[in-house]
Design a binder for this molecule. Structure first.
Ligand code: PMP
Length: 432
């Protein structure tokens, strides 16, 4: 039993009223052997508090949507001020213009942007846009990469779907599958071979520049450059899905740091500061294809929602004002990764730890080089489950899937990290 009696009771009711008891499968405890998840009553700083009065250091951070910590007073003020002006206008408003202008400065290829209500909608439209711009059908993506929950990207998806063994969702028509090609991540020769042979049908190559959906997996040197070059050589567009990575490693998209530019970029999560947002951008000639300027249709009742936009502007302000933010996250991330590695080495637990800035992921494996989805799949799921359960019992909430990443926030300090490292030590004993 993981959760307290009040959570248990709520979970029983949830199972009756909500399919599977959850509104997003990633929140379920299936990968940990099932049972009730803690039901959260409130959140503050680095902590979540459940309905049973238990506190947890939160490393889920809303699956990467948060970086400033929970309930930050400046964010609450921005939201409060915006809500007093009205919740939703169904009309143009000044904030969306300000936000678009700021994103143009932060994302080098974005001469224009559009906002959506979620990352899924952003990627869905980016793919449609690439198909319209090229007049081609095929979407090329990488094994195990998650890009949202519309039909085409659920083919060969990772993340929450893989946690449940659903590498292919039911209900996707064969015609849609026929237009999706899935290649191994970090294998530039395989991508080059495929693109050279069949690339004339490819509308786009869709890729997370740093994978955040089968653990944290960085591109090997040259991978993104070679894929982008091979795609462009056959006239396919490159879409970087930065829904998780934008603002996670630096105050903007991570591609700026990696030195490779996409043709279209998507973003979401952190930008919304806890409210729903997504969006995409590209150079003018591509963006001008979107309605009403052009023939590619994308709409949305919630697109550019005034409250999401207000929180996004506040998020950009807070990130911009905190010059040491990413350095601090990197220091904490390194300390956490080092503490986990030390603990594993001391106890002889085979464990690989990936870390970049405030993102950390653990792979229970003796293979030293975890660089693609098949490597992540070979990790020990039972060891992972025992470990995460033991952490939860010690008041540390980790994502309940071996495919999800731990995230630090601006509210985490050495104190939380030290406590976590001590808990890891005890949890590794449970693994043995
Ligand atoms: N792309 C990536 C890379 C993601 O990580 C996610 C969400 N985990 C999405 C798209 C979909 O975003 P949303 O959940 O906002 O629809």
């Amino acid at each position: 039993i993981l959760a307290g009696p009040v959570s248990e009771a709520l979970y029983r009711r949830a199972l009756e009223a909500i399919t599977g008891g959850v509104n997003s499968p990633s929140r379920g405890m299936e990968a940990l052997g099932g049972g009730a998840p803690p039901f959260i009553e409130r959140a503050e700083g680095a902590y979540l508090y459940d309905v049973d009065g238990r506190a947890y250091i939160d490393y889920v951070q809303a699956f990467g949507a948060l970086i400033l910590g929970h309930a930050r007073p400046e964010m609450l003020r921005a939201l409060d001020e915006a809500s007093r002006r009205g919740l939703l206008f169904g009309a143009c408003h000044p904030g969306e213009v300000q936000l678009a202008e700021r994103l143009r400065q932060l994302f080098p290829v974005c001469e224009k942007v559009r906002f959506t209500a979620s990352g899924t909608e952003a990627v869905m439209t980016a793919v449609r846009l690439a198909r319209a711009a090229t007049g081609r059908r095929v979407l090329v993506k990488f094994e195990g990469s998650y890009h949202g929950h519309f039909d085409a990207v659920l083919v060969g998806a990772g993340s929450g779907a893989s946690t449940l063994g659903l590498d292919e969702s039911a209900g996707i028509p064969e015609g849609i599958k026929a237009d999706v090609v899935t290649l191994p991540y970090n294998d530039a020769p395989a991508a080059e071979r495929w693109l050279e042979a069949h690339g004339r049908d490819a509308a786009c190559v869709l890729v997370e520049p740093i994978v955040g959906n089968f653990g944290l997996v960085e591109p090997v040197p040259g991978f993104l450059e070679r894929v982008a070059r091979a795609a462009r050589a056959v006239g396919a567009l490159v879409i970087f899905d930065e829904v998780i990575t934008a603002f996670r490693f630096r105050p903007g998209p991570v591609y700026v740091e990696l030195g490779v530019e996409p043709d279209i970029v998507t973003f979401g999560k952190i930008l919304g500061g806890g409210l729903p947002i997504g969006g995409y951008g590209a150079r003018r000639h591509i963006m001008e294809l979107v309605a009403p300027a052009g023939p590619v249709y994308q709409d949305g009742t919630w697109a550019g929602h005034p409250l999401s936009v207000a929180c996004a502007l506040a998020t950009l302000d807070l990130i911009g004002q905190d010059a040491g933010l990413y350095r601090r996250l990197d220091d904490l991330g390194r300390a956490l990764a080092a503490g986990v590695r030390d603990g594993a080495a001391r106890r002889g637990v085979p464990l690989v730890v990936h870390q970049r800035c405030g993102a950390v992921s653990l792979f229970f494996t003796s293979e030293p080089d975890v660089r693609d989805f098949s490597g992540v799949r070979r990790t020990d799921a039972r060891a992972f489950a025992r470990f995460v359960r033991a952490m939860l019992r010690q008041g540390i909430l980790l994502p309940p899937s071996p495919y999800e990443v731990w995230f630090l926030s601006a509210a985490h300090t050495e104190r939380e990290v030290e406590r976590t490292i001590r808990a890891v030590d005890a949890a590794l004993e449970a693994v043995l």
